[in-house]
Design a protein around this ligand. Sequence first.
Ligand SMILES: C[S@@+](CC[C@H](N)C(=O)[O-])C[C@H]1O[C@@H](n2cnc3c(N)ncnc32)[C@H](O)[C@@H]1O
Length: 357
Amino acid sequence: MATIEQAPLDMEKLEAFVFRAVDEVGATLNTALVVMGDRLGLYRALAGAGPLTPSELAERTGTAERYVREWLNAQAAGGYVEYDPESGRYTLPPEQALALTDSESPAYLPGFFQIALGSVIDSPRIADAAQTGEGVGWHQHNHDVFEGCERFFRPGYNANLLDSWLPALDGVVEKLERGANVADVGCGHGSSTILMAKAYPNSTFTGSDYHAGSIETARQRAREAGAENATFEVAPAAGFGGTRYDFVTMFDCLHDMGDPAGAARHVREALAKDGTWMIVEPKAGDRVEENLNPVGRAYYGFSTLLCTPASLSQEVGLALGAQAGEARIRDVVTSGGFTRFRRAAETPFNLVFEARP
Ligand SMILES: C[S@@+](CC[C@H](N)C(=O)[O-])C[C@H]1O[C@@H](n2cnc3c(N)ncnc32)[C@H](O)[C@@H]1O
């Protein structure tokens, strides 16, 4: 019988790995603490307030001092707030204040933590599914996944969609200004739909998603925003209504679909001859080794807990994963009958593709 020789243990490497894990457990717990600080208004009360004691912060937020003191110490240990031992006061530095409280900033983070926490909360279900190979649908998740997704993606769309992504497409802005017929497929809570609808009042927008709960929220958001040229329907990507669209968009959802090639065929049928399909996908290289970095790590994590099970829960279950990369997206798109495909724009977090018949 062949014996497998064990590599000798490097005790220094072992110790370094254990201490790195300590840091990561702290970071994992901090996901819940950030959501707690966001929900209780702790960051908002600290922002711009100068140094505060735990009891001052508790008083300003209507919370219990003992909890707030412990939360502040965890935040200080993680570098989220600064602690002054002389005065016993805690300060939120301006950079952290911006990233944790300014929902208009592209650096806004609470949604990222909220969707991560929601994903972790549902992870026992994913572990069960991994034993059988069954899927877990997007609609089967908890509220933090839906709302966290909306709050996570919206700052990036606000920062890039109108100023960089749409202008990078051939002739689309001119059409939107004149008045175009647009379908935003897999729109979730509709943040991309509403952003475009407000910017282009001569155009009409139909957001669709297979998840009825998300569409209900999208309708409410559109009413609140006064986006009268945006309507919403519950429909799968392979069956959304309407024809001769000038422009079809998919934001961070093609890889979540069970049958993205079927969706591509339907987009091709629903699109006008000279129409454009814009596909926004998570930034990824084609090869695994290109994605072994912090952004890839977060996306592979979401992909394991959300995207891959979502696709497996649907017919075909292609399970592209959130790190599919350009080559696989191109294959899916061209299999749907599109003859032109190019990368039109990118950010550190997203790839933006233009597909034309
Ligand atoms: C990661 S979320 C992105 C939502 C939204 N586009 C955004 O950027 O905020 C993925 C969305 O795809 C939707 N989805 C998944 N499979 C779908 C399908 N086959 N047809 C339509 N929508 C689908 C989910 O319901 C979910 O709203």
